[in-house]
Design a binder for this molecule. Structure first.
Ligand SMILES: [Zn+2]
Ligand SMILES: [Zn+2]
Length: 417
């Protein structure tokens, strides 16, 4: 059956489209069907139709519909006023409205399907029900650590766990076992160090996500929501352990696997990263448990961050911003752009799933040699990286100290399971 090119009320035709349809015989196949009000041979009195769709959100039952008679046709503002009189905020509901005249000169003002707009995702939406792992982990928070004035601080670089992915090292079960073993060794490593502070640097790709190419439906063993909960839980457990030893600063940055994206296309701003969303969720937990934890993340449109750690600046960036082996070249350019990492003494990155260390000139502000450190991975194996670069180092956690003399090379170690 041919369709009217202007659609009908059910196909979201605009009021203007419908008016054209009703007045133009040549353009409208349903001209005769719809009985336009302006036709001279119309036997009925004129029945001008004033209508407009403000918003629609499906056609659920349990929605409010009203017809109000009046001596005039209502406009949009009248309907908003009416909604207010019913105790609802017109900005927070969707509704359809229209007016029809009657032969007696009265108008029927109709408002249909008044219903609340879908709630935006807010922090309140993240409850124990949808982040069960994180909430359970937060119950076992460590007590506030003692403060020390010892001139030593430790940096823990947590990079690329890509939670949810299965690879040659296994799936989520193996990742959690490995993570737990690494935390035990980290605990021993930190014991007796008398640290002034610990920086937990999350170098990104905390989750595998579903938009990174290949077919993640077959290579992931967790849904996106499960990945986020497990990521938050693992992050909390590392921070919680560190907090047993010293006050903690947590730094996070956006990354390619955790970005809000559709295929290769990033959506939103760098700050809309799902990993950073989980940083906010874990921050709520460390705050409501009264823990001594500070949180640092980049400015909304920045992708790197720098943290002052007892006088040494640690820069953090994921690594997808530069090609393999190009970290130092990228860092040099940051200096001219005056980005967060421009003044760093040590730049730390992930993304390349393999440990690397390079000297990178001298910091004119401190006259100290600068270091650029690539972190090994914590994931289940990256066939992508093995294919591209031919190597994929053993999984491990990069840990090093800074003292009042700056980066302490002798302290650098990789803790593996
Ligand atoms: Zn990665
Ligand atoms: Zn990456």
């Amino acid at each position: 059956m041919p369709q009217c090119k202007y659609g009908d009320e059910t196909t979201r035709a605009t009021a203007k489209d419908r008016t054209i349809r009703r007045h133009n015989k040549k353009q409208c196949i349903c001209y005769d069907v719809h009985q336009p009000s302006s036709r001279q041979d119309d036997a009925k009195p004129a029945t001008p139709i004033v209508e407009g769709v403000v918003a629609t959100s499906g056609s659920d039952a349990n929605t409010d519909t009203y017809t109000i008679s009046s001596d005039r046709a209502w406009g949009y503002n009248d309907f908003c006023e009416f909604i207010r009189s019913k105790g609802q905020d017109p900005d927070k509901v969707s509704f359809r409205w229209g007016s029809t005249s009657t032969p007696s000169g009265l108008f029927f003002n109709k408002i249909n399907d008044v219903k609340p707009l879908p709630e935006a995702v807010t922090e309140a939406s993240f409850t124990a029900e949808n982040l069960p792992g994180l909430y359970a982990a937060a119950e076992a928070s460590t007590p506030k650590p003692k403060h020390s004035s010892n001139k030593r601080a430790t940096v823990i670089v947590w990079a690329d766990p890509q939670i949810g992915k299965t690879g040659r090292r296994g799936g989520t079960k193996e990742l959690i076992e490995r993570s737990t073993a690494i935390r035990d060794r980290l605990d021993q490593h930190l014991a007796g160090k008398d640290l002034q502070r610990i920086l937990f640097a999350d170098a990104g790709d905390g989750i595998e996500g579903f938009e990174s190419g290949g077919n993640p439906m077959f290579t992931n063993d967790l849904s996106l929501a499960q990945q986020l909960d497990t990521y938050g839980t693992e992050m909390f457990k590392f921070i919680n352990l560190a907090h047993y030893h010293a006050p903690v600063t947590v730094a996070g940055i956006p990354s390619n696997h955790a970005a809000w994206r559709c295929g290769k296309q990033n959506l939103g701003r760098p700050a809309d990263d799902l990993g950073l969303l989980m940083h906010t969720q874990v921050e709520y937990r460390t705050a409501d448990r009264g823990m001594d934890v500070q949180w640092v993340r980049p400015a909304t449109y920045d992708e790197s961050v720098a943290v002052d750690l007892i006088g040494t600046r640690i820069g953090l960036v994921h690594g997808n911003q530069f090609g393999p082996g190009q970290a130092v070249a990228w860092w040099e350019k940051q200096t001219f752009g005056a980005q967060a990492s421009a003044t760093a003494d040590v730049l730390v990155h992930g993304h390349y799933h393999t440990f690397s260390a390079n000297v990178a000139g001298r910091n004119p502000h401190t006259d100290r040699q600068r270091w650029c450190l690539g972190a090994p991975t914590l994931d289940n194996g990256s066939d992508w990286f093995r294919t591209v670069a031919g190597r994929d180092s053993d999984p491990g956690l990069l840990v090093f100290d800074v003292t009042d003399e700056g980066f302490d090379l002798a302290s650098l170690t990789i803790i593996s399971a």
